[in-house]
Design a protein around this ligand. Structure first.
Ligand code: SAH
Length: 217
C-alpha cells in the first residue's frame, strides 16, 4: 500500500537526506530543492517509509529498484534542466526520477519496458500534480520517435552502448546522460550533440545500475 501522508516527520527526514546529498558534493540548489519537495516515501510501500529517507536504492518489485537519491541528484545535476525543456527518461521504474524532472518544470516523457511497473503507476495520485509528465510503455532503445526531438535524454539503467535511435532523437545542442557499462560497474557519461554527425563525450564517476534490456515484457 502507498501512503499519501506527508507529515513533519517525513519533511524532517527529507531535509536531513538533502543535507547529506549536499555534503556528498551536489551543488545545484534547484536540484536539491526538487529533492526536498518530492515525498520519496510515496514511491515505496508504506511498510518501508523510514528506508525512503536513507540514501540508498530500494527494491520496487520485478527485480528493479528506485535509484539511490544521490544518484538521482547526480544525474539530474548533469542534465542541467531548464523550465519547459523536453526530456526523455528511459526507465520510469517508480517514477521518482521522473517527478524530480517534472518538479524542475521539464516536460517529461518517461518510458518503461516492464508492463507491471508501467501499470503500477496508473493509479498513483501524486503523478496528477505533474500534468507535464507523461508515461509510456515501450523499449527505451527505440525511444519515442513521435515526440522527438528532445532537449535532454536521461537513461536510468546500465546501457551496454549509446543507443543510436536516442542519439537521433536528441536536438543538436542537447545532451544525454547515461551510465555506460564497463563490466562490473558503469561510468556516468554525458554526451553533447553538436550536429547530426558529431558529439562530444564527458566521463564522470562510477555507479551501479540495473541493466538496460532490449524489448518489452
Ligand atoms: N528512474 C527509476 C529507476 C528505475 S531502475 C526510478 O526513479 O525509480 C531502471 C528501470 O529501467 C527499471 O524499471 C527497468 O525495468 C527499466 N528499463 C531497463 N531497460 C529498459 C528499456 N530498454 N526501456 C525502458 N525501460 C527499461
Amino acid at each position: 500500500m502507498r501512503t499519501s501522508q506527508d507529515t513533519y516527520l517525513h519533511k524532517g527526514l527529507r531535509s536531513k537526506l538533502v543535507d547529506s546529498i549536499r555534503s556528498k558534493g551536489i551543488t545545484n540548489e534547484s536540484v536539491l530543492g526538487a529533492l526536498l519537495s518530492v515525498p520519496r516515501h510515496f514511491f515505496l510501500d508504506s511498510a518501508f517509509e523510514k528506508q525512503a529517507y536513507e540514501d540508498r536504492a530500494f527494491p520496487i518489485g520485478e527485480d528493479q529498484t528506485i535509484s539511490q537519491p544521490y544518484t538521482v541528484a547526480y544525474q539530474t545535476q548533469l542534465l542541467d534542466i531548464r523550465p519547459f525543456e523536453k526530456v526523455l527518461e528511459v526507465g520510469t521504474g517508480s517514477a521518482y526520477q521522473a517527478c524530480i524532472l517534472a518538479e524542475l518544470k521539464a516536460k517529461v516523457y518517461s518510458i518503461e519496458r516492464q508492463k507491471k511497473l508501467y501499470d503500477s503507476n496508473k493509479g498513483f495520485a501524486l503523478l496528477k500534480q505533474y500534468p507535464a509528465l507523461r508515461l509510456f510503455y515501450g523499449d527505451g532503445f527505440e525511444g519515442l520517435p513521435t515526440f522527438a526531438p528532445f532537449d535532454k535524454i536521461l537513461i536510468t539503467a546500465a546501457a551496454p552502448h549509446i543507443p543510436d535511435a536516442l542519439l537521433k532523437q536528441l536536438k543538436p545542442g542537447g545532451c544525454m546522460v547515461l551510465p555506460l557499462d564497463e563490466g562490473e560497474n558503469q561510468r556516468m557519461h554525458r554526451l553533447i550533440k553538436l550536429d547530426n554527425q558529431s558529439y562530444v563525450q564527458e566521463k564522470f564517476d562510477e555507479f551501479s545500475f540495473v541493466p538496460m534490456l532490449v524489448g518489452k515484457r
